[in-house]
Design a protein around this ligand. Structure first.
Ligand code: WTA
Length: 605
């Protein structure tokens, strides 16, 4: 089974798995080869989390609850804690929101955010929308989106944010499944909402609409003007539903992941210890609220911590992003690997044109963060980019690199205090370090999803092993307790009976100077079961050629492992990606096999 130059380990399912021999890897007794990246030292003291080990031993989420007013009553409202609590304190005049896009530039204090969200809550009350009703928001990132979001929560309704790039089919699926009763949108986006086919949808509130509206349609501005800025908040139970995020699984239509108000405990505390938010921070999370990062960490975590939140409308460009960091003096910046890779592709020269000296903490989530990107970030920004891991279903960060912690580039980090993460086999046995298996989390934790909307069986699948949440990701833990992502369970490639994590191959590929992005799939092969096929987008200035294919192949073969080198390479102008930046291998696979691509509603255009 084992042979020199390659290393073998067995998964619980009995499959033979091989992680290739490669430089910088150490062979272990278990057979797995562990990546040994050069650790990057911790940032000097002054972080909210001073000692990871101590916090991990002593921390309990129960202690956090005592910091909130509802600890005594048990009645809570996350929007109150995020906004009103600060509005009523000496931070009332502190900037809560800096908004800008190419046409608008506005700022709002916590007091003003309170008034605006109160008004929206009153608008909903007036039309009879309240506790437990689903209110969806299909809007570009503008201040009105945030007022509506918070106002919805304040009346105890469940908010459903929809990404503005969704087309009709995606919008219909979500509004239909959730039986949304109200929708906030714009006249432009309304053309993608099949209102007549949605019997539950009674109210459409239009932002920026002109003239009189027909029945059931309202002008956001007019309604907001007519109601009071005072509101009696609906105090709800901590376990009452707060938000629905639709997310794609490996099968079927997107499913509605439901989180409850209690999740705020998790958002608040990870905001303190992972984002390292402090009173005077100016924070920018680049994610859209249509995705979970854009709500848990684009709304709740910063505002629960009373911090100034930057929202930038419009699309990505390196100049625009660096300009935003400079203009607002952003101190904490949370983004995604694809964005960092694109910035890396744009080069270091452009960075020099901006003053990024205020940035003190950088973070990344959503997909594997290549060590190469971290190294580039160190060279270019002089900062570590802190990878962390979580999912729509987990509601908040569960594994992370903390400022106080030594970082191993390529690792997602260690479990958040209060969280027990493990690698388990399919029967629920915990595996020792350096064995690959299911990344699982001990249940429950404050931001754990509480249901899949109208789909109990889907929900139960995640918890099929008693006491554990099964993430669907495969990973291993090293001897120091750091977790290393290997791939989605269902994306792992099996070639000649050898399992290869596509991330490892992709990571290697993007280290090649010509490669901007890479997606790797298993392509069925009559002899080998599957062969590895790589789809590659080249960096500017590189021409596709057979020589270049061969060179890249050799680069992987020599840098990672022979069996991990793609037998086939295809160049593409762009790779299909989700809005949260994950390369959609599923779509690559469908292209390759000439199959239908399935639901593309989460794909970047
Ligand atoms: C992947 C985004 C590697 C993983 C917050 C997970 C990651 C899925 C990381 C969830 C990371 C997230 N390293 N992979 N640091 N973070 N993922 O629901 O496969 O959009 O299951 O949530 O993204 O994606 P989702």
């Amino acid at each position: 089974m084992d042979s020199p130059g390659r290393n073998v380990f067995i998964l619980s399912s009995g499959f033979l798995a091989v992680i290739g021999s490669c430089s910088g890897k150490k062979r272990t007794e278990e057979g797995i080869q562990v990546k040994e990246t050069q650790p990057i030292e911790a940032i000097a003291a002054g972080n909210n989390l001073e000692s990871y080990e101590e916090a991990y031993q002593n921390f309990s989420f129960k202690d956090v609850e005592k910091e909130f007013s509802w600890y005594e009553t048990g009645k809570v409202n996350a929007a109150y804690e995020a906004i009103d609590r600060h509005a009523e304190s000496e931070r009332g005049d502190h900037i809560a929101l800096h908004y800008s896009d190419s046409d608008r530039e506005e700022k709002y204090t916590f007091r003003q955010m309170k008034e605006q969200s109160n008004r929206f809550g009153n608008v909903l009350r007036k039309i009879g929308v309240g506790k437990g009703d689903r209110v969806f928001i299909f809007m570009p990132r503008t201040p009105e989106l945030y007022f509506s979001f918070l106002g919805t929560l304040k009346v105890g309704a469940i908010v459903g944010p929809l990404f503005e790039a969704f087309m009709e089919g995606a919008v219909r699926d979500r509004l239909e499944d959730s039986e949304a009763v109200a929708l906030v949108t714009t006249p432009q986006l309304l053309s993608r909402v099949p209102v007549k086919e949605l019997p539950a949808l009674k109210h459409v509130i239009l932002v920026g609409a002109e003239g009189e509206q027909e029945e059931g349609f309202y002008s956001f501005e007019k309604e907001m003007d007519q109601v009071s800025p005072e509101l009696d908040i609906e105090w709800v139970d901590r376990e009452d539903s707060m938000i629905i995020h639709y997310t794609s699984g490996s099968t079927g239509k997107p499913k509605g992941v439901v989180h409850v108000h209690n999740a705020m405990i998790h958002h608040y505390q990870t905001g303190r210890w992972v984002l390292d938010l402090k009173e005077d921070d100016v924070y920018w999370c680049t994610a859209d609220p249509g995705w979970v990062t854009g709500t848990s960490y684009g709304i709740f975590a910063p505002w629960l911590n009373g911090v100034t939140n930057v929202i930038r409308g419009g699309r990505f460009s390196p100049e625009d992003w660096y300009g935003t960091l400079e203009k607002y003096g952003v101190t904490v910046w949370y983004s995604a690997p694809t964005a960092f890779r694109m910035l890396m592709g744009a080069g270091a020269d452009i960075v020099k044109q901006f003053d990024l000296s205020k940035v003190r903490h950088m973070l990344s989530v959503g997909e594997p963060l290549n060590p190469e990107v971290i190294r580039w970030g160190m060279e270019t920004y002089g900062k570590r980019i802190h990878d962390n891991w979580w999912m729509t279903e987990t509601g908040g960060i569960l594994i992370s690199n903390y400022p106080c912690m030594k970082m191993k580039p390529g690792s997602m980090g260690r479990p958040f205090p209060g969280i027990q993460a493990a690698i388990i086999d399919d029967e629920g046995n915990e595996l020792p370090p350096l064995r690959m298996g299911n990344l699982a989390i001990r249940t429950p934790w404050p931001s754990m999803m509480r249901k899949i909307w109208k789909n109990e069986s889907k929900y139960k699948e995640y918890f099929r092993i008693p006491g554990w949440y099964i993430s669907g990701d495969s990973a291993y833990m090293d001897e120091d307790g750091y977790f290393w992502f290997q791939g989605r369970i269902d994306d792992v490639i099996n070639t000649s009976g050898e399992r290869v994590g596509p991330f490892e191959v992709e990571s290697k590929l993007v280290e090649h100077q010509a490669v901007a992005e890479a997606g790797v799939i298993g392509k069925p092969d009559p002899v080998r079961g599957e062969i590895i096929k790589a789809f590659i987008a080249l960096r500017k200035g590189y021409e596709a050629s057979d020589e270049l294919k061969e060179e890249i192949r050799r680069f992987v073969k020599e840098g990672l492992a022979g069996h991990a080198a793609p037998r086939e390479i295809e160049f593409k102008d762009k790779l299909p990606k989700t809005r949260s930046g994950k390369i959609m291998r599923r779509v690559l696979k469908a292209w390759e096999l000439d199959l239908p691509t399935g639901d593309l509603s989460t794909m970047d255009d």
